[in-house]
Design a protein. Structure first.
Length: 499
């Protein structure tokens, strides 16, 4: 499709589809073929301000809509998404590049989250507690906060918006959503379906454009008390700094450098399957991707040769084609970054076992394809073992025993996902306790979160919050404690201790 014939899309503000105030646009392209998929408004601070005004006005009514009714809208949204699951997955394979089964999984996660948070409309539990005084009633309740700024990356373009927008809405907040500029089409579809499900005008608004313009204004806007961002560590730090003057609630889900530990007693067939899936699924562009494999001496050589063989059998191609295991990476910049780490690894003395090059020919030359890459003999301190590459590259590290394995796994600045393959239940329980990460898998890869459990990381992966599960509600509500005195007299807490 030529650029000029690609469909144009707009922002959605206060229930109206509108162009950017500046009239400027940008294109979204398929990373597999370079085909232009759509033209989007390149918005600026003016557009953000309009969206925030709309969200602020809508908040006054939305916060008073009974939570079960808000939840029903999410149920309708979940059903619409389920009806269109195949079509949205196809779109994702084209715009973001994932292979179809993974794209369908991304959509399924959003369906699950919508139903889970829809049900929360009938819970949103607070607490009632006894009072220290007679004839007095105490309770705590969750209260919505206001306008939430939702800023998302491109790698889970339907799932991640749902992790943020579904809980924000059921709690009674309104939203201004800025999707990544690599996946605006999926962001747009997400909001279209929300509107179709019955979200009132102004309750959810979408403003397309870059982080430096749209994202930055959202972060600094005084009428946006909550920012929820998933992205890189660098962006997270900048956002936190920029929001400091307004003392905003900042929820950050950032990078990872996740490891799979394989001990001598592991089921190696299972471990190989888990590693290949975790390292090369979504072309390694998952925050929970296994970019390190920590292998015990006794199985190191065997594991290495099996991994290389399995990696070399993976088929690259456009995500929508049958039989493709690994799609493209997101863009030229990502391709260059991934390749630069191959050079860094070689310079550092790691052994390149397979991959390490851009894949071309056989219909791959128009896209951004990189061969699944494995480094062996990696020292835990090397940059390829410390820094997030966000591509199909993993580093094999040799250790003597489980204590060293856990030390190496923990020896990074991030703390998102972790995994251990062992048949020893005592070792597994020690690892569950000692691995410094928000998520630990036993005898599974580093991938596979379910929406009803908290999701997020320790250390440099975030700032202590979690999304998904009940924990997400803490991001989108404030606790209010309420004391009701029905004694008819002034009772003084901590003073009238004798009553
Ligand atoms: P990114 O940090 O470049 O961008 C994320 C979003 O932030 C985009 O929408 C971007 O436009 C916006 N942004 C950039 N600068 C901004 C600024 N100054 N102010 C406000 N907004 C700004 O990340 P990406 O390349 O889109 O995604 C990949 C990163 O996301 C990886 O580091 C990955 O680990 C991380 N990630 C984390 C999780 C998690 O749950 N922990 C999940 C998925 C991805």
């Amino acid at each position: 499709m030529a650029t000029t014939t690609a469909k144009s899309f707009q922002n959605y503000i206060g229930g109206e589809w509108v162009d950017a105030a500046s009239g400027e646009t940008f294109e979204t392209k398929s990373p597999a073929t370079g085909e232009t998929l759509g033209v989007f408004p390149r918005s600026s601070a003016d557009d953000v301000d309009k969206a925030v005004d709309a969200a602020k006005a809508a908040y006054e009514e939305w916060r008073l809509v009974p939570a079960p009714r808000r939840g029903e809208i999410l149920f309708r949204f979940g059903r619409l998404l389920a009806d269109q699951k195949d079509e949205v997955a196809q779109l994702m394979a084209r715009e973001m590049g994932k292979v179809l089964p993974e794209a369908a999984g991304d959509v399924q996660e959003a369906i699950d989250m919508s139903f889970y948070m829809g049900g929360e409309g009938r819970r949103l539990f607070g607490q009632t507690t006894p009072s220290e005084l007679k004839d007095k009633f105490n309770m705590s309740v969750r209260q919505p906060i206001g306008v939430v700024g939702v800023i998302t990356p491109w790698n889970f373009p339907i799932a991640i918006p749902s992790w943020k927008i579904a809980p924000a809405l059921v709690c009674g907040n309104t939203v201004v959503f800025k999707p990544a500029t690599d996946t605006p089409l999926l962001g747009e579809r997400f909001v279209e379906l929300l509107a179709e499900a019955g979200v009132p005008p102004g309750v959810v608004n979408i403003v397309h454009g870059g982080g430096g313009a749209v994202g930055d204004r959202l972060v600094k806007h005084p009428d946006v008390p909550v920012i929820t961002l998933t992205g890189s560590r660098e962006t997270g730090v900048e956002v936190m700094r920029n929001a400091a003057d307004n003392l905003k609630h900042i929820h950050l889900e950032l990078g990872g450098k996740n490891a799979i530990i394989v001990l001598d007693d592991a089921d190696l067939d299972l471990a190989v399957e888990g590693i290949i899936w975790s390292a090369f699924g979504t072309s390694g562009q998952r925050c929970t991707a296994a970019s390190r494999v920590i292998a015990q001496d006794g199985i190191y050589e065997e594991l290495q040769s099996r991994l290389v063989k399995a990696a070399e059998q993976l088929r690259l191609g456009p995500g929508w084609q049958d039989g493709v295991d690994v799609g493209p990476v997101i863009n030229q910049k990502a391709l260059e970054k991934i390749h630069s780490y191959t050079e860094i690894g070689k310079d550092e003395g790691a052994k390149l076992l397979t991959g390490g090059e851009v894949a071309s020919g056989n219909g791959l030359s128009d896209g951004f394809f990189y061969r699944p890459t494995i480094f062996g003999d990696v020292d835990p301190g090397m940059r390829v073992a410390q820094e997030e590459i966000f591509g199909p590259t993993t580093a094999l590290i040799r250790v003597r025993d489980v204590d060293e394995a856990v030390r190496v796994s923990n020896g990074i600045e991030f703390g998102l996902s972790s995994s251990i393959f062992t048949r020893d239940v005592n070792t597994a329980f020690r690892a569950m306790r000692d691995l410094e990460a928000g998520i630990t898998y036993i005898n599974a890869g580093t991938i596979g979160a379910e929406v009803h459990l908290p999701f997020g990381g320790t250390k440099g992966t975030g700032n202590g919050h979690r999304e998904a599960g009940q924990a997400a509600l803490d991001v989108f509500t404030e606790w209010k404690s309420i004391y009701v005195d029905y004694s008819g007299k002034l009772q003084k807490a901590q003073i009238d201790t004798a009553s």
